[in-house]
Design a protein around this ligand. Structure first.
Ligand code: NAD
Length: 419
């Protein structure tokens, strides 16, 4: 089932339905059903054992109608072109929804970064960067971290691109370490945005956050920070998981202790031991009774096969595309409030935008200023979406696409078709 799932088809369905609801003609929306550019590259790497291995990589620019393409680079063994196309399109609509001046792009390399040495990872990153260099640039397409990549990988991308250009180009990539032009607050921005979205949703539903229980799937950059900040806000984080499985404590987990345990490379939650903590599977985590469920790992986690067993009152999508369209319908019928990915995890790209603005202007903002600006943009986007969804009596995902698709099509129409 997972292999047949094509997330790009889901994107096209939702965009087509939304454009029709908005009264657009096929001439208006047809262009945004097709990514502007798709580049496939072969990336040879000299492995530590002297063997040359060739990895497959992609960079897709879905849209540049509202600004340069923007989106992360994923290192994962399941990366394929349809996944990268979907991830690129979600970036287009995410940037439009929160109204930052970017289009959408995404990249990926089919590999398992956990099995590569640091030397192999650096060689892979440098060669991949060189292969996609003809189409990326601070004014054209700006990569960032995603699953399996991090600030160190962004630093190697920045260095490689700068060496090719012959001068330092910090604005080529965001999510960099602070000493090479990274933004204060970027490391935690996506998780902070998820936490702020959870707080906004609880507030609007009249649920005190101190009484809210939260389950988080994925303990990486997004899930780990979400769990930490939710616990700091007084919520009870009852379950978290990684690729190896989850841990559960109905009275609440010690998130600081779990994050400290996971901070050593190679450690997995299946080996975490603590009094009162039970081990559960990822499937069981998704089906726990809780107020807020945060899928923050990969796509297609909540699908037609498990949606009817979801017991959460609210789902806040930390990951991109964790819920299939079929599952979304079932969740809506059950009255579960689903806050869509293109709003819930937009904190990352918002602070990436702040990083890029600082890089191209050679200025630096305080972390306090970054966090304030992030909250302002997210609160405004959340309030506009909540109001529209209630006015139109549509689920939040439909409302989000009504806003985003309109902005992208209007930009495209204003620019016209060249030549
Ligand atoms: P990451 O690589 O830092 O962490 C991924 C986490 O998911 C890890 O804990 C991993 O063990 C776990 N995981 C992997 N496969 C799993 C599986 N099959 N079942 C359960 N858990 C699994 O990645 P990340 O940057 O935290 O990204 C997570 C999601 O958030 C992705 O969908 C990504 O596209 C999205 N996202 C990331 C950012 C960002 O800034 N990093 C921004 C927006 C959206």
């Amino acid at each position: 089932m997972a292999q047949q799932y094509n997330p790009y088809e889901n994107v096209c369905t939702i965009v087509t339905n939304t454009a029709k609801m908005l009264g657009y003609t096929q001439n208006d929306y047809e262009p945004i059903l097709h990514p502007e550019r798709e580049l496939k590259v072969s990336v040879p790497v000299m492995m530590d054992n002297g063997e040359v291995k060739v990895f497959e990589g992609y960079r897709v620019q879905h849209s540049t109608s509202r600004g340069p393409a923007k989106g992360g680079i994923r290192y994962h063994h399941n990366v394929d072109l349809n996944e990268v196309k979907a991830l690129a399109a979600w970036m287009t609509f995410k940037c439009a929804l929160v109204n930052i001046p970017y289009g959408g792009g995404k990249g990926g390399v089919v590999c398992n970064p956990d099995e590569l040495s640091e030397n192999e990872l650096r060689s892979l990153t440098r060669r991949f960067t060189a292969m996609i260099a003809p189409i990326i640039g601070p004014d054209t397409d700006i990569p960032a971290p995603d699953v399996g990549t991090n600030a160190q990988v962004m630093s190697w991308i920045m260095d490689t691109y700068s060496m090719l250009k012959g001068h330092c180009v910090p604005g080529i990539v965001t999510g960099k370490p602070i000493p090479v032009g990274g933004a204060l607050g970027r490391g935690e921005a996506t998780g902070r945005g998820v936490m702020l979205t959870i707080c906004n949703t609880l507030k609007n539903l009249g649920i005190p956050k101190e009484q809210a229980s939260v389950a988080v799937q994925g303990m990486g950059n997004v899930g780990g920070v979400t769990a930490k900040l939710c616990a700091q806000e007084g919520m009870k984080v009852i379950a978290v998981s990684d690729v190896s499985g989850g841990v559960y404590a109905p009275e609440g987990l010690d998130i600081a202790s779990i994050r400290f345990y996971l901070s050593e490379r190679g450690r997995l939650l299946k080996d975490y031991q603590e009094d009162g903590v039970q081990h559960i599977t990822n499937e069981e985590l998704l089906e726990l009774p809780c107020d807020v469920l945060v899928p923050a790992a990969l796509e297609n986690q909540i699908n037609a096969s498990n949606a009817d067993r979801i017991q959460a009152r609210i789902i806040v999508e930390g990951a991109n595309g964790p819920t299939t369209l079929e599952a979304d319908d079932l969740l809506n019928q059950k009255g579960i409030v689903v806050v869509p990915d293109i709003l819930a995890n937009a904190g990352g790209v918002i602070v990436s935008y702040f990083e890029w603005v600082q890089n191209i202007q050679s200025v630096s903002w305080s972390e306090e200023h970054v966090n304030e600006q992030l909250k302002e943009i997210l609160d405004n986007a959340f309030n506009a979406l909540w109001a529209l969804s209630h006015e139109k009596r549509v689920p939040l995902r439909t409302g989000a696409y009504l806003i985003a698709v309109k902005r992208v099509i209007e930009a495209k129409k204003l620019r016209g078709i060249w030549p």
